[in-house]
Design a protein around this ligand. Structure first.
Ligand code: URA
Length: 443
């Protein structure tokens, strides 16, 4: 069936539901280069304002998933599970969780994304490792999965090309924070992976795309039920994105922190989140260790060095230089600029969104779709919410190749609010989310 693209945009703009055929046509023609970016941009903005009903959203997921090849992993002898986050700052969890799960016998075929707006992207972080290329063929994807037990790679012309193109366009057209667009982006990638299970890290708070808890829960409910529609067992945790995850935000700095986590020296919040998601993953996979054994097994994956070995194996197969990871020597290449506390007191706020914007301005993210990210750019926090700091002490170090960092320094200073009173303890994980989008367990 042939449709007029402008008619489809007009229909959505006027708040009318689109048929599955119309949505399929629009996505197919866009991927084929027959619908230009300007019409897709207008379509995305219309969806942003008018939303989509459930049938439309499922049709969008389906057509984006089928825009390329869908993996067939029947010959993989084991449980295939993936993890995805709805977007955060300092969120290097995938780099740690995937090798941890692989070292415990779960296969993790992960298609990830690049940075979006103020949030970082797993692919940009991985590509900070010299030589590592995240655009690989389907053949290589399978080969690495079977050999390393996990693979993290990007969308390509073969794998969910619709998300590859639309994702970059959404970033440049302020159309990220749309529930149906986020659901379609995440689930098209995940359903193309031939999964048995999926764990989701649904973020809420200042640095999340859905800062309001109820909006984040609604998003989670939709992600879980779409997964169910496609026979994938999905579990979701609601986690706090008021402050960044860990201390590092950017590209190479986050790789370094991920390696610290894999070698037993990572920040506590990051490991808590990794272990919480890993526990969900093991439960979905039917690996029924009791809770205490579960923690011990996860800790052993780190302490024994097997997760790190698996990570190095993956990096090598992706063309990356593992020597820099063993020595972490590139860290010293950019001289840090220190941001100091403006007053004495307790850190009351560490606004994740502001820190994400500062990292982007330092070069770690893109202002425009065609910008090239700087692998060295990033921020290393020296404090977290609740810490006591004296005026003049460092609150962060900035890494950047930009000549003028005054805007970045100002953004970090704005993000760090210091008060007289010690704030309430920071709650990192709010709990598990039901398919109805309700918080069911408070951890
Ligand atoms: N992660 C994705 O893959 N897509 C989104 O739209 C948001 C987070």
């Amino acid at each position: 069936m042939n449709y007029f693209p402008a008619e489809i945009i007009r229909k959505k703009r006027n708040g009318l539901p689109l048929s599955g055929d119309e949505i399929g046509f629009f996505v197919r023609q866009y991927v084929a280069g027959k619908i230009p970016d300007y019409q897709m941009s207008a379509f995305l903005m219309a969806v942003f304002f008018k939303g989509m009903n459930r049938q439309e959203m499922v049709a969008l997921v389906e057509s984006m998933k089928n825009s390329g090849s869908v993996l067939k992993l029947d010959d993989v002898d084991g449980f295939k599970l993936d993890k995805h986050s709805t977007g955060g700052v300092g969120d290097k969890i995938s780099l740690i969780l995937a090798p941890v799960l692989a070292s415990l016998g779960i296969y993790v075929p992960m298609i990830s994304g690049r940075g979006l707006a103020h949030s970082g992207g797993t692919l940009d972080k991985l590509e900070a490792i010299p030589g590592l290329n995240t655009r690989i063929s389907l053949h290589k994807f399978r080969e690495i999965l079977l050999s390393a037990g996990f693979v993290i790679a990007g969308q390509t012309e073969e794998l969910v090309p619709a998300d590859r193109k639309i994702y970059a366009l959404r970033d440049a057209t302020a159309t990220i924070e749309s529930l149906p667009l986020v659901v379609a982006s995440i689930m098209s990638k995940k359903l193309a992976e031939d999964l048995d299970g999926l764990v989701l890290d649904v973020k809420t708070g200042k640095g999340a795309f859905f800062p309001d808890k109820n909006d984040a829960l609604q998003l989670a409910g939709n992600l879980i039920t779409v997964g169910k529609d496609f026979d994938v067992n999905v579990r979701a945790l609601l986690t706090n994105m008021d402050q960044p995850v860990g201390m590092a935000c950017g590209n190479w700095v986050e790789v370094v922190e991920a390696v610290d986590c894999l070698t037993g020296n990572g920040p506590q919040d990051t490991m808590t989140e990794v272990f919480a998601l890993a526990t969900d993953a093991l439960q979905i996979a039917g690996i029924g260790w009791p809770e205490t054994d579960m923690q011990a097994k996860l800790q052993d994956a780190i302490d024994s060095g097997t997760a790190m070995e698996q990570f190095l194996h993956y990096v090598k197969m992706m063309g990356g230089d593992t020597r820099v990871l063993e020595k972490l020597s590139r860290y010293a290449l950019v001289k840090p600029v220190v941001v100091k506390a403006e007053r004495t007191g307790f850190v009351a706020e560490l606004d994740a969104r502001q820190i994400g914007i500062a990292a982007m301005l330092a070069g770690a993210g893109r202002k425009n779709a065609e910008d090239i990210v700087d692998p060295d750019a990033g921020i290393l926090l020296k404090v977290k919410i609740g810490d006591f700091v004296r005026a003049g002490e460092p609150v962060a170090e900035l890494f950047s190749n930009q000549p003028d960092l005054s805007q970045v320094v100002a953004a970090v200073q704005e993000a760090v609010r210091i008060g007289d009173k010690k704030p309430e303890p920071y709650q990192l994980i709010f709990g598990e989310i039901s398919p109805e989008g309700e918080l069911i367990i408070s951890k």
